[in-house]
Design a protein around this ligand. Structure first.
Ligand SMILES: [Mg+2]
Length: 748
């Protein structure tokens, strides 16, 4: 905005006391000076001298004579137009033109805070006015360019928005804008839509819905969101959109336009559905997971309660899945799970749920039962389906499955209880030899309680020293002498009495007690064996679970060192399962043990997955043939053939072969005939407490043609430590295995 400051010209003022002749000279020298302001001593304007008026006064000799020596104050117009510099130009012009037009034309004084600043003239005013106009035009042009830029920018933004943006007129609902995303979503070109309404694109019913919604937004002025807007596209397919509509008011405040923004949510919906699916389904088998299983079971229980029906829960476990996974690899294991899932699905009726609860654990919810027969049939079908051979990428695999069944309402009314009880039944089915099914029975609950009590007792047993080692002789047929003893763990519980290792060893493995227990056995047995004659070796069993302890080798070293037992007198007995699981790691531990000088025996050979190839995978020092073969050696040609094969293999590999479980002299004779090197069993001796075995060591058995005879070597020949000498023969006879002259069957 212009003020008078912008138009002012500086001009030297006159002083009130200046003489007329001074001003006369000045006007003559400055022909362009039309006015001269007159100031007082404080620079405040007190008057103004105008050129024409001044010369009129001074025109004649008389005038000059009269005024030449008089002060200007008598010649000036003492009422000039004086205006402050901050006054706006336009306001000043219009004011002055209305009441002092002649002063305006003549010229005026401009002050700044009352003091003289300069003079203003019409010419100055005109120039300023012109400048104002010029600036106004420029500003207008700039504003227009700004506006265009803003418009282009807004258009670009709207075009670039990935959501559909559309604008309709509020009065007739015709389209005025549709962005590129909108064209893409709907399939209509904007040229076809703009100027037209929904009736032209959508079925009448649909168009009416849109019109009603639009009218509501326009009248309410509130934002309306349509969460799932199913909009027909040009090609007839349906777009799934989330649409937000808002009214845009015109200058009068009433709605002028309706703005809509629609987001294509089909992809998001698919992703959400996928996430929901992942949360409820197992991606490997596409079966419901535990979460959905529990929901389905819960729903089935509610339905069944209303209809007074039964619901069966089948818990299914693949019997040898881990073996397949470990030996053939995870891809085959995965293929097995997928095939098992398909078979389970094929077993059930529609409406029943098959779920994968995790690992190789599956479960079925069976609904609509009126009695137990349907559940029995399904459990049988499942066992049968899983017993069939699996063809997995060329591998023929047989694994089998076990099933535990609990039925509501008898066995429980809620999901957790039913699952728990079906699980207990499964546990029983597996204990019964797998490949079978079992229904829950109340006594299983009692058994579980009993097992918990046993667990508590077991934890206490080690602390309280309730364990004891028994030793069973290993008798060499080559030299007819006891050449070693196997340490066997016994648990003598104060109230339970003797607890069988078969009952507590698996439990100790399960609850992580096997490592401290195994270490105790090693130390105790080594300490005991160190006192035996030098030719008598000590055999100690290692559980596969002990191989998970990374200190196993160090423990063996420490036990040998503490006892003074030479490493070559220690034999560690392992079962095939050690080679089955974590082969590389376990193999490395075995080699480390062997490097100590310790001997390694393959125990219970012929059970489990017996493969002769195991015998070649590691340089074993001994093979112990499982007692089941020895038991049948006289009656079963197959058992004899297997024993022969193992003996042959042992001989060719230079490995000692021991037959376990020899109970009769006939068995012994047969084994001797077949070239067996060593035997163990009740025929020689039951496992005995340390003191008895120590007393007994040094016994020799000599087999005659008909009747074998036991003879005893002199204790002094075989015992290196005098204090271990004792009444061995007596203890030997106590077992009643064999008298020196008569053959007799050992008792189990
Ligand atoms: Mg053994």
């Amino acid at each position: 905005m212009f003020t008078l400051r912008d138009t002012v010209s500086s001009l030297a003022p006159a002083r009130a006391e200046d003489l007329g002749k001074t001003l006369y000279e000045r006007f003559r020298e400055e022909p362009d000076t039309l006015i001269v302001p007159v100031l007082d001593a404080d620079d405040r304007p007190i008057g103004l001298v105008e050129r024409n008026a001044f010369f009129l006064r001074m025109a004649a000799e008389y005038g000059r004579a009269l005024y030449a020596l008089r002060p200007i104050s008598v010649l000036m117009d003492s009422d000039p137009l004086v205006v402050e510099a901050d006054v706006e130009l336009a306001a000043f012009t219009s004011d002055s033109l209305s009441y002092r037009p002649s002063d305006l034309l003549r010229g005026f004084i401009v002050t700044d805070g009352g003091r003289y600043l300069g003079v203003g003239t019409v010419l100055g005013l005109l120039q300023a006015a012109n400048e104002t106009n010029r600036r106004g035009v420029e500003a207008l042009a700039a504003a227009k360019a700004d506006q265009e830029r803003a418009h282009t920018f807004m258009t670009a933004v709207v075009e670039a928005i990935p959501s559909m943006v559309f604008v309709k007129r509020a009065d007739d609902h015709s389209y005025v804008l549709l962005n590129r995303a909108g064209e893409k979503i709907l399939g209509h070109a904007r040229g076809d839509m703009i100027g037209r309404t929904d009736v032209d694109f959508y079925p009448a019913e649909q168009a009416a819905i849109y019109r009603e919604r639009d009218a509501e937004v326009i009248s309410s002025g509130e934002v309306r969101v349509i969460e799932e807007d199913h909009v027909p596209r040009k090609d007839g397919s349906i777009a799934l959109l989330r649409t937000k509509k808002i009214a845009i008011p015109g200058p009068d405040g009433a709605a002028e336009y309706l703005l809509g923004v629609s987001e294509d949510i089909a992809e998001r919906k698919r992703a959400e559905a996928q996430i929901a699916r992942l949360a409820h389904y197992d991606p490997l088998t596409d079966l419901p997971n535990r979460l959905l299983f529990q929901k389905d079971l819960s729903a089935a229980l509610s339905r069944a309660a209303r209809r007074e029906e039964l619901v069966a829960v089948h818990c299914i476990d693949l019997d040898r899945f881990k073996t397949v996974n470990d030996t053939l690899g995870h891809p085959i294991g995965d293929a097995l799970l997928r095939t098992a899932a398909e078979r389970l699905r094929a077993c059930v009726r529609e409406g029943d749920t098959v779920a994968r609860l995790g690992g190789d654990e599956f479960a079925v919810v069976q609904c609509g039962l009126t009695d137990l027969s349907g559940a029995t049939r399904l459990a049988g079908r499942i066992v049968e389906a899983l017993a069939q051979t699996f063809d997995l990428q060329g591998h023929q695999v047989m694994i089998g499955g076990s099933v535990g069944v609990a039925v509501s309402p008898n066995d429980g009314a809620d999901t957790d209880e039913l699952l728990k009880k079906a699980d207990m039944a499964l546990y029983r089915a597996k204990a019964d030899g797998r490949g079978t099914f079992h229904f829950f029975e109340r006594k299983m609950d009692d058994e579980l309680q009993a097992r918990r009590a046993l667990e508590l007792d077991l934890r206490l047993a080690l602390v309280e020293g309730q364990f004891e080692l028994y030793y069973q002789p290993l008798y060499s047929l080559g030299v007819d002498k006891v050449m070693g003893c196997e340490a066997l763990l016994r648990w003598n519980h104060p109230t339970r009495g003797m607890v069988s290792p078969g009952d507590f060893i698996p439990l100790a493995e399960e609850i992580g007690l096997i490592n401290p227990l195994g270490e105790w056995v090693l130390r105790e047995a080594c300490r005991e064996a160190a006192g035996w004659p030098d030719h008598v070796r000590l055999a100690v069993n290692l559980s596969p679970a002990q191989f998970r302890d990374k200190h196993l080798v160090a423990t063996v070293v420490s036990a040998l060192a503490a006892s003074g037992l030479p490493a070559e007198r220690l034999e560690l007995e392992i079962t095939e399962s050690v080679l089955l699981h974590n082969t590389a790691g376990n193999m490395s531990i075995l080699h480390d043990l062997k490097a100590l000088g310790v001997r390694i025996s393959m125990d219970d050979f012929g059970t489990g997955y017996s493969s002769l190839s195991y015998l070649r995978s590691f340089p074993f020092d001994k093979i112990k043939i499982d007692q089941t073969f020895v038991r049948d050696i006289l009656d079963d040609a197959d058992a004899l053939a297997i024993i022969k094969a193992v003996l042959d293999l042992g001989a060719s590999l230079g490995i000692t072969t021991t037959a376990e479980g020899v109970e009769t002299v006939e068995q012994l004779d047969e084994l001797r005939r077949q070239g067996c090197g060593e035997i163990q069993g009740y025929f020689i001796s039951r496992p005995k407490p340390a003191a008895e075995i120590a007393a007994m060591l040094g016994v020799t058995v000599l087999s005659g043609d008909k009747a074998p005879v036991i003879t005893f070597s002199q204790p002094s020949d075989t015992f290196s430590h005098g204090e271990k000498e004792g009444p061995a023969p007596k203890a030997w006879e106590d077992e009643g295995v064999l008298s020196p002259t008569a053959s007799r069957q050992g008792t189990q």
